[in-house]
Design a protein around this ligand. Structure first.
Ligand code: PEP
Ligand code: MN
Length: 375
């Protein structure tokens, strides 16, 4: 299925100079005039940034957290823009935010993840945007619901906004993981499949919640052909009032961008995509899913290990292993995988499961190395 949205290309409203990658950066929150303006100057100096972001009104999950500096921050953004030449972007969550931001000359608006999850809020924002020509970016909703994301984009587009992009910032998940928000790349890919002309910008800051992983997720986003990055950057992240762990200094941001391997422009811009590149992209996505699933399997194996420990059961139960082997090789055969291949693959995975269970069973007991790697 394809969705019909009326969308103008990204370079009609941002990054006309074609910086690679397109980068929107700035602090999670505008905190003080000095913090915002000084950060903006350092970002502009990198020469890599196409727009300055800053949260003025912050939707915090819990009350009592910093909820944004409010309208005064718009004046600071004006100054930052006047001094650096960087266009500005802020999050809007109500009609009043839209009106104030537009009145203050903000160049780009975005709808936050919590707002996208609520159609009433999105409609209120959309109504406030009628008759206005301003670019709008829509973050994915907090929950992995493609329809909510699409619905929000449709509402904004129906209001006449054609300078439109999506921001992929990951999804909250009950399961513990290395990320603050699970990327669930397949949801973003589904959106792209549904609306191929819609630019998708990745937000590795909110996906990772951890500055050390931002480069890794940025690279992945580029490999998956996303159209740009939004990264939180603060002059001194250690003292940031919000999202301190995920913000990077402008210098660190510059290093992250320098270390990215960019995709070749000719593949990006040709109308008929190179078949090989397209197939490789599919393989990459599947590889990601395989690794993700193997990691999930390991987590469950560890839970089993804990259960075995609590109930005094041995790690390797031969019957169970034989049962898995038979069931899976049969399934593999039905899918045209040779039994030898399936067996080898399964053995590799199983050996690692056993090793991880061994670690749990022997927790606290000093073990020679070879005992831990059960063959
Ligand atoms: C933000 O961009 O600072 C923010 C609040 O993000 P999200 O809506 O993705 O949580
Ligand atoms: Mn933030």
């Amino acid at each position: 299925m394809k969705l019909n949205l009326n969308i103008q290309p990204l370079n009609t409203w941002i990054n006309k100079e074609g910086k690679q990658p397109l980068l929107i950066a700035g602090p999670c929150s505008a905190e003080t005039e000095d913090q915002l303006v000084a950060t903006a100057h350092l970002l502009a100096k990198t020469g890599k940034v196409s727009a300055l972001r800053a949260g003025i009104w912050k939707p915090r999950t819990r009350p009592g957290e910093f909820e944004g500096i409010g309208s005064i921050g718009l004046e600071w953004l004006k100054r930052a823009k006047a001094e650096t030449g960087l266009p500005t972007a802020v999050e809007v969550a109500t009609a009043k935010h839209v009106e104030e931001a537009l009145a203050a000359g903000v160049d780009i608006l975005w709808v936050g993840a919590r707002s996208t999850a609520n159609p009433f809020t999105v409609q209120e924002i959309a109504d406030a945007l009628k008759g206005v020509d301003v670019p709008v970016m829509v973050k994915n909703p907090v929950n992995p619901d493609l329809s909510l994301w699409v619905g929000a984009l449709e509402r904004i587009n129906n209001a006449g906004i054609t300078k439109l992009a999506a921001i992929h910032r990951g999804f909250s998940s009950y399961e513990k993981s290395a990320f603050r928000n699970e990327p669930m790349w397949d949801v973003a890919i589904s959106l792209k499949t549904l609306v191929p002309e819609l630019p998708i910008i990745n937000d590795p800051s909110h996906i990772t919640g951890n500055r050390d992983l931002i480069g890794y997720i940025s690279q992945k986003a580029i490999d998956l052909d996303m159209q740009g990055l939004m990264i939180e950057s603060h002059i001194d992240p250690t003292v940031a009032w919000t999202d301190a762990k995920q913000q990077v200094t402008p210098a660190a941001l510059s290093d992250i961008i320098d270390n990215l391997a960019l995709r070749k422009a000719e593949v990006k811009n040709t109308e008929v995509k190179d078949k090989l590149a397209e197939l490789r992209a599919q393989i990459d996505k599947i590889d990601d899913l395989i690794i993700q699933k193997v990691a999930e399997r390991m987590t469950i194996a560890e839970q089993i290990g804990k259960y075995k420990k609590d109930n005094n059961i041995t790690i390797l139960q031969v019957n169970r292993w034989e049962e898995i082997l038979k069931k899976t090789t049969d399934y593999g055969k039905a899918l045209k995988l040779s039994p030898e291949f399936t067996e080898k693959l399964l053995e590799l995975v199983h050996t690692e499961s056993i090793r991880r269970q061994g670690l749990i069973l022997n927790e606290g007991i000093e073990q020679p190395k070879e005992n831990l790697t059960h063959a």
